[in-house]
Write a protein that binds this ligand. Structure first.
Ligand code: FPP
Length: 235
């Protein structure tokens, strides 16, 4: 029987790559590279311990405003790491999904890769590993609203049929339970348009370290902290 680790879904805002790079006198792109390496380690670990879902914030709809060089470096990393994640997912039974806007700004090659890797891993039963890329929470809500409005307009549903379940079912995260725990690294105390609908009941954990310094022990500690809080709520 699988071990019960007390929670199903962890969401992470991976923040602080550039500050980490600066602190180490490195180019920004190397901060992101280290961040991607850490992400791979963390995803494998979450799968190993039997977590059901991991959703990470890799790139927001606002991040396109960064310099061309930096955005270019992140896209190259994404392209490379999607291949790596697909290999790992095949070997370790991980189900991959990329959530976010695919229509605006997304290079065709990467878009095709996303479709292919979701198709190839859709029947895997291990960790559901979701990478939010070109993701914005309000944008997701607007898209959901339009989808539901279309259904009302075409007569498929009635306004009275709209409920929380229907809203959840029309989000990118459709089929996933809401995050039990949201972790943000780098000491910033904001949620920055990440999963606003889904984190309403999540526990928040803000860590004072940059994402490239995040380790598997931080996952263990975070789970322990989550379970402590749940026990307190029960009393
Ligand atoms: C936040 O740190 C990080 C990002 C906006 C990019 C996240 C990218 C990765 C973790 C690596 C890429 C992974 C994939 C799979 C593409 P920041 O740049 O905002 O750093 P700062 O807060 O110190 O400025």
């Amino acid at each position: 029987m699988e071990k019960d680790i007390g929670l199903k879904h962890i969401a992470i805002i991976m923040d602080g790559n550039r500050r980490w790079a600066k602190e180490h006198n490195l180019d920004k792109s190397l901060g992101h590279k280290k961040g991607a390496e850490v992400l791979e380690t963390i995803a494998k670990y979450c799968n190993k311990i039997g977590l059901e879902a991991l959703t990470v914030y890799a790139f927001s709809t606002e991040n396109w405003k960064r310099t061309k060089e930096e955005v270019g470096a992140i896209l190259i990393l994404l392209n490379m790491y999607l291949d790596r994640f697909l290999k790992t997912a095949d070997l370790e039974n991980i189900k991959l999904r990329v959530i976010g806007d695919r229509e605006n700004n997304m290079p065709e090659e990467i878009k095709n890769k996303m479709i292919k890797m979701e198709e190839k891993t859709k029947n895997n039963t291990g960790l559901k590993f979701n990478i939010a890329f070109n993701y914005g929470g309000r944008d997701e809500i607007i898209k959901m609203t339009k989808k539901i409005a279309e259904k009302v307009k075409s007569g498929k549903i009635k306004i009275e049929d709209i409920n929380e379940q229907m809203v959840s079912d029309n989000m990118y995260t459709q089929g996933l339970s809401d995050p039990d725990l949201l972790i943000r690294t780098s000491g910033e105390l904001r949620t920055s348009n990440f999963l606003p609908w889904q984190i309403t009941y999540s526990e928040f954990l803000f860590l004072d370290k940059y994402w490239p310094d995040f380790t598997t022990k931080d996952i263990d500690d975070a789970i322990e902290e989550f379970n402590k809080r749940q026990r307190r709520v029960g009393k």
